[in-house]
Design a protein around this ligand. Structure first.
Ligand code: HEM
Ligand SMILES: [Cu+2]
Length: 499
């Protein structure tokens, strides 16, 4: 249930500070990583000249940094809303952030001082066989940094699982199985609980698998006699990586479920179709990771076919149920369009648009041609920038708004168009490169590829300026409202939305 009249307790204030600390960290890291991304694009466009080694160092930092920070930002959204239903520990929230920052320092040291540049996917046996490009210590520091970050998230999800179990008794109930398989008594858990439960299940499994392979590889670095099966290592790494990055959007989408109802004054209920989609995706998101391995002929054939088929199936349910739900919510509701509702709405488009190239690339025959091209970065930059991050920015505008009717400025609207237009152009430059068979992860591009790279860099600049404004605006507003003490924890809340 939502409480609409909120008395602010010290606990609330601690929680709010925690969420803001997450968002601040996310904003700072995203901005830095966006600049690194821009530098990479400028290098490919031959507008600057840093050379291959710095490029791969930036690529390693950008990949690891963006994936990690997407987790932090998604967790902030989930935690903020989930806390309205179950009793979460602010101490654990802050522990995760502290471990995250420690891991970031380790990774930065490994890459900037130790020259590690084996990409965020740390594929076995690359970290340990650098041909003199980096030391064993640098590789170990990188993987240990990832491990520390993983442990933080593990703690966070364990706390969430504990809190959900305390309130709902079992994970099956929290996923609404009694209502899905039995009689729908209208008492299904709200979308936030369902989504958080799904994310917690898959991330706990993913993180344990990730931590296991990281530990094995760390041991192998120093005791090479303890052999690792390279194929198994690849499977484990991609299982973990796939689950973790997918979970970020399943966390962030909670902003859509919670905020749009406040704007339209209509509740977002967990009906049977909703519950079925989330339960189906809980399983499917774990079984489609072989779509990253379709070119690995050494993998068992059934796994690849599974990746192909489930990849097709999983594209649909949650996306459709959320998109349709949002359309129904907004239809004739007289919704007020402001920055928050706009960004959340556009995020559903971005998510859907970003899923399409993956759907195409998940087809085995297409994958042989497209997979190691810029088509793939085209896919994930679309759903992460225009889907996942747009949800986070929508959440930031919602939190930052001093009162419901506070108007957006002209600059907000300009930033919105810079961001959406810039992201579309930027993503299309990747997708078009993919169509032209431009290989991904190449520091040096052929002359005929350079025009797309130049366009990509220009669009990146546009989208970064929009994102920069969103973040500045959020923290400026926060500073203001902190001053006049006029804030309640739920700024844009409307009359009771019972879920
Ligand atoms: C202004 C925004 C951004 C720019 C300019 C940018 C640029 C780039 C570039 C140039 C690459 C390398 C492509 C290649 O040649 O293979 C890349 C890779 C990547 N980017 Fe971004 N990016 C941006 C935002 C993001 C965001 C928001 C995320 C995630 C939340 C992200 C995650 C990644 C990942 C995971 C890779 C793959 C790294 C690898 O192949 O090892 N990027 N990005
Ligand atoms: Cu995947």
């Amino acid at each position: 249930m939502l409480t609409t009249t909120h008395t602010t307790t010290t606990d609330d204030r601690g929680a709010q500070t925690g969420v803001v600390a997450y968002l601040f960290t996310a904003a700072a890291v995203v901005l830095l990583m966006m600049l690194f991304g821009l530098l990479m694009r400028l290098e490919q466009a031959q507008l600057i000249e840093m050379g291959p080694q710095p490029f791969y160092k930036l690529m390693t930092l950008h990949g690891a940094g963006m994936v990690g920070i997407a987790g932090i930002a998604g967790a902030a959204v989930m935690w903020h809303f989930l806390r309205q239903y179950v009793a979460l520990s602010t101490g654990i929230l802050m522990t995760n952030l502290a471990l995250f920052l420690a891991g970031v320092v380790m990774i930065l040291t490994s890459v900037l001082l130790g020259d590690f540049h084996g990409a965020w996917t740390f594929l076995f046996p690359l970290p340990g066989q650098s041909m003199g490009m980096w030391s064993t210590q640098a590789a170990a520091l990188f993987m240990a940094g990832l491990l520390v970050i993983g442990v933080g998230f593990l703690l966070l999800h364990l706390d969430i699982a504990r809190a959900i179990l305390a309130r709902h008794g079992s994970l099956a109930r929290a996923l609404g199985w009694p209502q899905l398989f039995g009689r729908d008594d209208g008492k299904a858990p709200p979308p936030t609980i369902v989504a958080s439960t799904m994310v917690t299940i898959v991330n706990l499994i993913g993180l344990v698998v990730g931590a296991s392979i990281l530990t094995m590889m760390l041991v192998n670095l120093y005791v090479p006699g303890l052999q690792i099966d390279a194929l198994l290592a690849k499977g484990m790494i991609y299982f973990f990586g796939h689950v973790f990055i997918n979970a970020t959007i399943y966390m962030a989408v909670i902003a859509v479920y919670e905020i749009l109802p406040r704007y339209t004054q209509r509740p977002w209920k967990s009906n049977r179709v909703f519950l079925a989609s989330w339960s189906a995706s809980t399983l499917m998101v774990m079984f489609i990771f072989p779509h990253h391995l379709l070119m690995d002929f050494a993998f068992p054939k059934w796994m690849l076919i599974m990746g192909h088929v489930i990849g097709y199936l999983n594209t649909v349910p949650i996306l459709l149920v959320t998109g349709y739900g949002a359309l129904m919510l907004v239809y004739r509701s007289g919704i007020r369009w402001d920055m928050s509702s706009r960004l959340l709405y556009v995020s559903l488009f971005g998510w859907a648009a970003g899923a399409m190239p993956a759907f195409i690339d998940g087809t085995i025959s297409v994958n042989y041609v497209m997979h190691n091209t810029l088509w793939v970065p085209g896919h994930f930059h679309t759903y992460l920038l225009l889907g996942m991050l747009a949800m986070v920015f929508g959440f930031m505008y919602y939190l930052g708004k001093p009162d419901r009717d506070a108007p957006d400025g002209l600059l907000d609207r300009i930033a919105f168009w810079c961001y959406t237009g810039g992201t579309l152009g930027f993503a299309l430059s990747f997708l078009y490169g993919g169509k032209e068979s431009v290989a991904r992860r190449y520091a040096v591009h052929l002359p005929e590829w350079v025009p797309y790279d130049k366009a990509g860099a220009a669009f990146a600049l546009l989208l970064i300026s929009g994102a920069l404004w969103f973040m500045l605006r959020f923290f400026a507003r926060l500073g203001q409202t902190r001053h006049d003490h006029a804030r309640t924890p739920e700024p844009a809340s409307c009359p009771a939305v019972t879920a």
